[in-house]
Write a protein that binds this ligand. Structure first.
Ligand SMILES: [Fe+2]
Length: 323
């Protein structure tokens, strides 16, 4: 049996920014929602300082949670770290968008602060700061071959050429906290979480069941290997601007709290039963990034390191460890 460590975290763009910038982030996102109305709980959080007191507290929670995850990850000394995230029309656009794609190159890099809002970041790093990691292409190719033999039409890519910034934010943002010096060997997996929500002509996202099943196939591969593997689930859960049942005005906390209870109680396999309609209505598109690791980890209770459930956070955030 393989030794596997599980890590769950958020990759929200705001995690890179100081809390003084979060108000601008909210303004930019909600100005794009026609007829947007802030929910009462958020109006309360924003109070008379545009939410700065809450934002400072929540940013500290995020930094502290990432420190717990980083310490755990490095102390555990994984040979390979699989990081599961979605490429949001960054490298993979409608002209070429695989449902699942493993990165099989020998190294990979990214620029987490390239965005206009990334200019002001909590590390005071220059906007063109580059972060690099090595990859085990032989391990990755073996994994691709295994999943294909298991019935998954798996795509692979030895390079990222879709834009100038390498790894998408789903991968680079958590890695900036978890392994800024590129000490770990990583294996990015891309999942088409946004699906048709990304715009006209984009292919649908996979089902929760398919993501979970892929995780189980990855687990069967890992059980044939001697490497110590950590797997990172990278995304917030319900996103307010994707929660169609609430007119994209607030995230679906009740839905996510139910899933959180399942995670805590080692019932992750039940989450694979979520329907595409439930995921779409609750704005949990990116939660599919967690379904693959859940399949790998099986029904193992998660230790919840932190949760952020204030609507001013734009998305429901969970930080978790499976040992
Ligand atoms: Fe995302």
């Amino acid at each position: 049996m393989a030794e596997i460590l599980g890590i769950g975290c958020s990759h929200a763009p705001m995690i890179l920014n100081p809390p003084e910038e979060w108000g601008n982030m909210r303004k930019s996102i909600y100005s794009r929602i026609p007829g947007y109305q802030a929910p009462p709980s958020m109006i309360e959080e924003l109070a008379d300082d545009n939410g700065l007191v809450h934002d400072r507290q929540n940013q500290q929670k995020i930094v502290d949670a990432f420190k717990v995850l980083r310490d755990k990850l490095h102390a555990w000394k994984p040979d390979v770290v699989i990081i599961v995230g979605d490429d949001q029309a960054e490298n993979f656009k409608r002209d070429n968008l695989p449902t699942f794609c493993f990165y099989t190159g020998s190294e990979v890099a990214g620029y987490p602060f390239h965005r206009t809002l990334g200019k002001i970041n909590i590390w005071d790093a220059p906007q063109d700061a580059k972060y690099s990691w090595k990859c085990d292409s032989s391990f990755a190719q073996d994994l691709v071959a295994f999943t294909i033999r298991e019935g998954f039409d798996m795509a692979s890519s030895t390079e990222l050429k879709g834009w100038d910034f390498g790894l998408p934010h789903a991968h680079i943002n958590p890695l900036t906290f978890l392994d800024p010096h590129g000490e770990l060997t990583i294996l990015p997996l891309f999942v088409n979480c946004y699906g048709e929500e990304a715009g006209e002509g984009y292919p649908p996202r996979p089902t929760a069941r398919r993501c979970y099943d892929l995780g189980q196939a990855i687990r069967r591969f890992l059980d044939t290997r001697s490497e110590r593997v950590a797997i990172i689930a990278s995304s917030s859960w319900s996103h307010s601007f994707l929660t169609h049942k609430f007119n994209c005005s607030k995230f679906d906390e009740d839905f996510d709290q139910r899933n959180l209870e399942l995670l805590k109680n080692g019932k992750g396999s039940q989450i694979a039963d979520l329907t595409p309609e439930e995921i779409q209505q609750s704005g949990d598109h990116e939660f599919l990034n967690w379904l693959v690791p859940l399949g790998v980890l099986g029904d193992r209770p998660a230790e919840i390191v932190e949760t952020l459930n204030e609507q001013s956070q734009i998305s429901f955030k969970v930080f978790a460890i499976w040992e």
